[in-house]
Write a protein of this length. Sequence first.
Length: 170
Amino acid sequence: MKYRGSAILLVALLAAGVAHAGTGVRVYAKVDSDTTIYPGQAFTYSVVVEGSKPTRIDITPLERFSPRRVGPSTEIQTISGRTSMRHSENYAIVAGPPGTMVLPGVTVVVDGQTYTTNPVEVSISTEVVSSLLRRKASVRATFLGIPVLVSRSTRSSSSLPARGWHVCSK
């Protein structure tokens, strides 16, 4: 009888260890940007959950940045018989003025447990880039099916004081 109690305790401990090992959930936030982010430019902010799928994401702390949901993505990978899952909820945020933009952590509920993501710092370039665009068509009027050659010349400068893109009407 004493042996049976020890065996049950051992099985219970092993089961608890497997259940705990199976709950390897990791939650974090990141910004995907391989290039420089300029004022007024949209970039992608992602809430990533590894090991499960989120039940609820509260992006209330990001409201002042007007995030726009651009959709989820799920990645499932199996290597040597071990399967892992990564789920991302993605949001478009428009960059503010030059400097550092701090996006606070958001609350994520996964399998009934609440997590808070890391805050993310985004560097917004202080260099102002402006592009002057000129287009010229080879003809003033055409008909359906007649090709038209359109040429475009671009001049870029980082010393212009204007923000964003400017198109000349000449």
